[in-house]
Design a binder for this molecule. Structure first.
Ligand SMILES: Nc1ncnc2c1ncn2[C@@H]1O[C@H](COP(=O)(O)OP(=O)(O)OP(=O)(O)O)[C@@H](O)[C@H]1O
Ligand SMILES: [Mg+2]
Length: 305
């Protein structure tokens, strides 16, 4: 798979504090990649380094196979990081036209790009209104429209749903899904777990400038799964725990009941476990896969920071 983003050994300090502390990251082309981390974990700093807005102390960054200081390479990337400087006395459309012109588009080509970007973020109806009168959500959409103007192959969005009302959040998430469907790579920073679950096929979790996990979102969520088994008697439950541990499977008494077991699911799956129990004449009254909340998976990974 081609890399849309490749980060190696990236380090950046502000004074003595490492904001980014040795990150390695590989974002395959075509993925929707979640960059998840609590406040101050280094998401924005990493994105600024990615875009060449900040110089690293150490390490390298490749965007679409090129350097972030190469204009040809940057023209294939659209980004929303920090609020862009919009002109309050210009309309949404005029603001876009200004950026389109700066980006080398003109005439019909610029108009088509602007219509496309306005349509993507749902701002057509207010395109002629002055940006100065826009709400937070409308400004956010206009900022995303700017990022989409040049039909980028890679879209980098730093907390794009921040400050939006619920309808705005739904719209921006739908937009991201649409971008992915049209074959773009989306790199999305967020501290909202449901956003990652809904949108991202891959995720990296950042804590204090370091990656504490990365990979398929599905696999990360599976880490928070366990098997809840309940028996009719405590005697069966104790025998089952012994049998499972002998087979190398983690099993402990469920906190709330004597007949219940909590079984680790990082090895054999539920049916294999059930079979193993049946072979010892142990027949659960109930057996169910339970999932820790996303919050607890995240808090486990980030020490609750
Ligand atoms: N320009 C700067 N000068 C000094 N320190 C900075 C600067 N930018 C970031 N930092 C520090 O670097 C660390 C990482 O900040 P960063 O903004 O990258 O985090 P973040 O994950 O984007 O946080 P948030 O979720 O709040 O946006 C923080 O400790 C922050 O205080
Ligand atoms: Mg940030």
């Amino acid at each position: 798979m081609d890399a849309a983003i490749e980060i190696r050994g990236l380090v950046r300090h502000f004074g003595p504090i490492p904001a980014v502390d040795g990150i390695n990251l590989y974002v395959p082309a075509g993925s929707v990649y979640g960059f998840l981390g609590p406040n101050g974990s280094g998401k924005t700093t990493t994105i600024r380094l990615l875009l060449g807005l900040l110089r690293p102390d150490r390490g390298t960054v490749r965007l679409m196979g090129g350097s972030p200081h190469d204009a040809a390479c940057l023209s294939r990337v659209g980004a929303l990081v920090e609020r862009p400087a919009l002109y309050p006395y210009l309309s949404a459309r005029e603001n876009l036209l200004l950026f389109a012109t700066l980006g080398g588009l003109s005439g019909g080509e610029a108009n088509r790009a602007i219509d496309g970007a306005l349509g993507a973020v749902g701002l057509q109806a207010v395109a002629r209104r002055k940006a100065g009168g826009f709400s937070t959500g409308m400004l956010q959409r206009l900022s995303i429209a700017l990022a989409l103007l040049r039909e980028p192959e890679l879209v980098i969005l730093d907390e794009p749903t921040n400050g939006l009302d619920p309808a705005g959040v739904v719209d921006v998430r739908a937009l991201i899904t649409e971008l992915a469907r049209s074959g773009r790579t989306v790199f999305l920073s967020t501290h909202v777990l449901t956003e990652v679950e809904q949108l991202c096929d891959r995720v990296a979790v950042l804590q204090r400038g370091r990656l504490v996990a990365d990979g398929l979102t599905r696999e990360l969520l599976e880490r928070g799964q366990w098997l809840a088994i309940d028996f009719d008697t405590e005697e069966e439950s104790v025998r089952a725990a012994v049998a499972l541990r002998e087979a190398g499977i983690g099993a402990e008494r469920a906190g709330d009941r004597e007949t219940g077991l909590r079984v680790t699911l990082d090895g054999p799956g539920p049916s294999a476990i059930n079979k193993l129990l049946a072979e010892r004449d142990l027949h659960p009254a109930e057996l169910a896969v339970r999932r820790a909340s996303l919050e607890s998976v995240f808090l486990d990974l980030t020490d609750g920071v």
